[in-house]
Each structure stands twice: as structure tokens, then as C-alpha cells.
Write a protein that binds this ligand. Sequence first.
Ligand code: PEP
Length: 249
Amino acid sequence: MARRKYVVGNWKMNGVTASIADAQAIFAAATEHPGVDVALCPPFTLIGAMVAAAPGAAVGGQDCHSATAGAFTGSVAAPMLADAGATLVIVGHSERREGCGERDADVRAKAEAGLGAGLSVILCVGEPREVRESGGAIDYVLAQIAGSVPEDFDATRLAIAYEPIWAIGTGLVPTVGDVAAMHGAIRGALTARFGGKAEDMRLLYGGSVNGENAAELLDAGDVDGALVGGASLTAAKFVPIVAAAAALR
Ligand code: PEP
């Protein structure tokens, strides 16, 4: 099965009610590129409003708790995201791994919770700068994959986002060769563990993707799309990335 291109915006802790107009503009422009799956992950507070304002659009959460309900003040469960109209969730973003102390086992449990709630999951991995500089990036990321990818899942609903931490929000990007090498290594590890179904899993690149560099990064081997932070907040910045994905296939 051919993997469709997938371009996902992570709004992080940005956006208020007035920002829904930006989401509407993005989703409206994305209809010009029907060959690309486009999704936005706003803060929890905007999910319901975004779903209502853009019926049928793919809207997701940026995190979920591993439990389905309970005494977890401030957390949101995966079934709650689904109830709000979300169809996907990001788990294991480096800003949560690093800032909130999430370990691979936590990320795996969150991925299982998201899949169990019927959501698609984008599971993030990526190495810090010192690991890249010491030559250990592939081993580091493959260890994250081994520890955080669940054992049993529908491959069409689990995507991996390779996001080198040093590239997020910095304007720095790896070489196309380094992206292709990492994605090839991830695909190889997934195939070794899961066999043919790994071919159905989409591998996204994330880290300072913008309208200028998207075509080159998306064309790297085994890259099926992009997870985009800063350049996903407005149609003017985000739609050129979607267009670059559309032009590839
Ligand atoms: C991200 O946070 O997932 C991300 C890729 O951010 P940015 O595009 O801003 O580097």
C-alpha cells in the first residue's frame, strides 16, 4: 500500500479563539492538495472549536495521559480527545520527554492509550545535539523506538516523527543525507521487529521545516511527511509545506 504524504502542524502552547480563523484558512487551502493528509494539533482548549469550525478536518492533541480517566490533575485522557472530535494525538514530543521527564515506557503507554481510543498516533523520537555530535544519533533513536513503540497496533494509525532536538525551533536542519540515513535506520528497525506491516507506517521528519526547505527534506529517502511547529501557525507559512509535499507525488 502506497503511503500518503502527511503534513501535521503542532501549534504547541500557541493559539486562542481568534486563531481558529488561521486553522480554517489552512484547512481550506489544504483542500487544493487532496493527495496530502493535513492535520493540526492545537492546544487542548481549541480542539473542540477547531473541529466545529472545520468539519471533517483532522484535528489532534499534543499529548494524552496513559490512563483513560482518574485523579490526574491537569491531564487529558485519550478518550477525552476523541470525545472532543480529535482524530490523532502526538506522543513523546521532545518538549515533553525533556521538559516533563517522560521516559520511553511512558511514551509507549501514551501511544497505546491513543490507539486504544481509536486515535491515530504520531510518536516522536530524536537525539540531543551532543549525541548527534558524538556520532551516536542512530543508536540513540533506535533505542527510543525499541522502548516506546507498542507491540501491537494498526500500522496505518501509528506514525513515527524523527525530530532531532537540536533542530526544533532553531532554524538548523540535518543534511538530507542524515535525514535519509536516520529514516532508513528507523524503517529497518521497524521491519526487523514487525515485518511487512512496517511498510505501512509513515515516517515524518520534524525540526525547522519551512516553505523553503520542505521540498528538499520531504524528498529525502523514507520521509513520508513533516511535523511542523513554528511554521504551522498561519496558512501563509504552512500551506507552502503542504504544497511541497503534494508536488512530490
Ligand atoms: C516541533 O515542535 O514538532 C517542531 C518541529 O517545531 P519547529 O518546526 O518549530 O522546529
